[in-house]
Design a protein around this ligand. Sequence first.
Ligand SMILES: [Zn+2]
Length: 464
Amino acid sequence: MRNLIIAIVVVCLGAIIYLVFNFFVFERQKPVFQSHSSLPTHWNLQDDLSLHFSDASGIRSYSVEVLLDSQILFSQNEVVLNKPKTFALSLPKPLTELKDGTTLLYKVCVNDWSNTNFFAGNTTCVDVSLVIDTSAPQIEILARSPKISRSGSAFVLFKVKDIALDSVTLSNGKNEFRAFKHTFKDITLAPDEAVYGAFIAWPLENVLFEGSIRAVDKAANKSQILLHFPKNLNVPIRKSNIRLKPEFLESKLRSLLDQISDVRYDEFADDRERFLFINEQARSKDSNQILEATTTTISNKSYISFGISPFAALKNAIIVGYFGDERSYYLDKNLVSVAYHMGLDLASVRNAPIFASNGGVVILRQYLGLHGNTAVIYHGFGLSSLYAHMSDSMLKVGDEVESGDIIGYTGSSGWAFGDHLHLEILVQGHAVSVQEWTNPKWVEDNINAVFEQAHRRLLERVSF
Ligand SMILES: [Zn+2]
């Protein structure tokens, strides 16, 4: 009896071992290949390029055939040691020199340790096309602004030559800026050349400015050149003290908190708390929404073709507040908060019409806590303009505006103590000195002359 039980146990164990063994040895799962979308399309022949496979029974062998114009250039067959469950196949580099732009076809097959298919195993084959690109992009500056000031902007147009560009960016040493492709209608460039342009900012909070342009192609070849601007570090910052009058403050805080806060007016301890909420929390919430609109929703479409007009949003306006003003707020002789004013305040009459000086598309249109009724228009090359404290606006997100169109009407919505327009200019999310963009001479020298100079340089080149 005892022997019979042992025999049954042995048979059962044998059956289990046999089934488990068969499961792996005759499994029909093909080696899994990484997704095709993660593969590069170009190769600089410097970096190691690997294809990744995985298989539960282990990788047994692989074969690689390299074809050029349907002719086999060379082939390789190897057995893989140690039955790895994951395997990175390093693509063999061609031994002969090939011209940039040549397309190689890699036909790769990998098979596993399964005994299925009469012991041949499961096989996965993939075809990978790679364009040889060993040259780094060539960057040539065509024209740029004559100088840059702290808190200000500059503009640059440049040419990039490469068979397959991936990204073109500018840096000020701290922040990155996307560059945008630009076409001069009357100029035809070589197929591997393109003109790019970008506004670049030197934000007030950055002490240093180190400009550069960087281009990376699809084969990961990189180029970087310095953008030398004469720099003007000393920009005047006006300091102003604002005394908050209690009776005035109360009415403004009451209506503002009703509109923007979940916390009721009476739930704050005093006016100081209410004011801090508006000036700090609501300010940073506004900034985040503006930053998101002016950095994530920008498109490649440009409404600037050959220069812009100075921003003159309000007719017969007087300036009541400058960009960069350092404003200290006092309540009963006590300093409660300090903030930098990131726009230009313009006033004329109540409900004055606000005009678009340049074409663009509306990328933000909503009520913000501090800015009140706000519209942001995107113009191109990363440039946006913002109009705040409006009493009314007919625009909605996605609307296209042309120079001369009415954006809305001035008012005192949000944190405003009188009917005025708060105008901001933003370069890829960074608020910059508005005084520059409203100054006709600055606009002419820094933007329109740059377009003309770049255009002239390209024309001279073409005529040769
Ligand atoms: Zn303002």
